[in-house]
Structures are given as structure tokens and as C-alpha cells.
Design a protein around this ligand. Structure first.
Ligand SMILES: [Zn+2]
Ligand SMILES: [Zn+2]
Length: 236
């Protein structure tokens, strides 16, 4: 499917069901200019590996002491203000059209990173969670991103074998343990490929790291991570 067609389809739905802004509820657009202006980009200096903001750039302390599995992780915006509202709406209030609006800036952002990529893969939900929610919010961002970049979208490349509890409220070590070994990858889809894994929000990066582990294990050539937003770490 072409990117223009994908976007047009959502725009047609806006015409039928006039949207309100995902950040401030103003009627008219899915994502308004005011909210866009309020977005705080994850600006340098940040760790060149995990993408978490640091005071001096280079590698952060965490990446020096225990290097992450991803070659690099980047996030577009700080998880705060209207973007926090919007992600909540995508995830818990079934505003699936909003995800398409939020994915748009990611296309240029990822292109400017100049990463060599072959395929785009969303962080999968467990079968149980997928059944409850009916859609995967990471896939709603990853699909238009793949179309916009002209890359292959592989939503079956990763699967989540077991249901993991929410990472909210867990310490860094607990987060790592919670998702360790939770994912497996399809060898035929990822072997020899440079993979970009997409998620909505990253905090510690443990989920992406666990995905990376599965992808390296199945012979991926390279593994990068991209999230729409980045939560500031509350504990070290
Ligand atoms: Zn707004
Ligand atoms: Zn780091």
C-alpha cells in the first residue's frame, strides 16, 4: 500500500467523524498545531547508544556498565504534556486514528538518522493483551512509518511468547527481568536484515533490549530501536 493512500484513508474518516485533538481535545484535527508546538524534542546531549538524555553526551553511565543490546535507540519526544495525553488516548481510549497523525513526524526523524534499515517491526503484544485491546499501538505507529520510509513492514517478525506485567512502577532490574526472554523472532523474516523495532514509549529500554536479544539470536544483521516518546528515568 502507498503511504499517500494510507493517510488519505484516515483523512476520509476525519471527514465522516470529525476528530478532536489527542493532546488538548480541541475539535477539528487529530493533532493540533498548538500541541505540536508544545512537544519537547529529545534534544542533545543524549547518550549515543540508548538515547537517554545525559549531561555531557557520549555514553551514559548505564551503557558503560551494562551495554544495551540495541545498536542504538532514539526517541522523538519527551513523554510529557500533550504527547502523554495523546499516547494515553491511543492506548486506552481506542483513538487509533490519532496514532497515524503522531507517526508523521517520525518519518522525517528516522530518515535524518541515516540508519541503514531493511525492515520495520513493531514491539508485539501478547496474544492475551491483543485480544483484550484489539489492536497494537506500536503497530499503529510502525506501519505508517514503514510506508513513509518505503521499507518493508513485518508485524510477524517478532512475537511475545508470554504475557508480561506492565513495566510501570518497576525498578530497572525488575524491568529487565520482567521482559527477559519474552520475545522470539522469525528467522526467515529477520536473518541478515537490518531491523528497526518500533514502540510507543521507552523508559529504561528493557523491552526494546529484550526484542534485540531475540533478533540477534535469529541472525539479524543489525538492530535499532525507535520510540515516539521517551520517559525520563525516575530511578537509576
Ligand atoms: Zn491540541
Ligand atoms: Zn545510554
Amino acid at each position: 500500500m502507498r503511504y499517500e493512500w494510507y493517510r488519505w484513508r484516515w483523512a476520509a474518516l476525519d471527514w465522516l467523524f470529525p476528530p478532536t485533538c489527542g493532546g488538548c481535545e480541541m475539535p477539528g484535527e487529530r493533532w493540533c498545531r498548538d500541541c505540536q508546538v508544545k512537544i519537547a524534542p529529545v534534544a542533545p546531549p543524549f547518550c549515543e547508544r540508548c538515547g537517554q538524555t545525559t549531561s555531557g553526551g557520549g555514553l551514559c553511565d548505564r551503557c558503560i556498565s551494562s551495554p544495551p543490546k540495541m545498536t542504538a535507540i532514539r526517541s522523538w519526544a519527551v513523554f510529557d504534556g500533550p504527547i502523554r495525553e495523546a499516547m494515553h488516548r491511543v492506548k486506552y481510549r481506542r483513538d487509533v486514528a490519532l496514532a497515524e497523525a503522531l507517526s508523521r513526524p517520525l518519518v522525517g526523524y528516522v530518515r535524518d538518522l541515516n540508519w541503514h534499515l531493511d525492515i520495520i517491526v513493531p514491539v508485539p503484544l501478547s496474544a492475551k493483551r491483543m485480544k483484550e485491546r484489539g489492536y497494537n499501538q506500536a503497530a499503529l505507529l510502525a506501519k505508517p512509518l514503514a510506508l513513509g520510509l518505503g521499507l518493508k513492514y513485518c508485524d510477524k517478525a517478532l512475537s511475545r511468547g508470554r504475557d508480561t506485567r506492565s513495566q510501570v512502577g518497576l525498578s530497572l532490574d525488575q524491568r529487565r527481568q520482567n521482559v527477559h526472554g519474552a520475545f522470539s523472532a522469525s528467522k526467515s523474516m529477520v536473518s541478515g536484515k537490518a531491523v528497526l523495532v518500533v514502540d510507543d514509549v521507552a523508559t529504561s529500554g528493557s523491552t526494546l533490549d529484550s526484542c534485540a536479544e531475540a533478533l540477534w539470536h535469529t541472525g539479524a544483521e543489525n538492530v535499532y530501536g525507535m520510540t515516539l516518546a521517551r520517559a525520563v528515568l525516575s530511578s537509576k
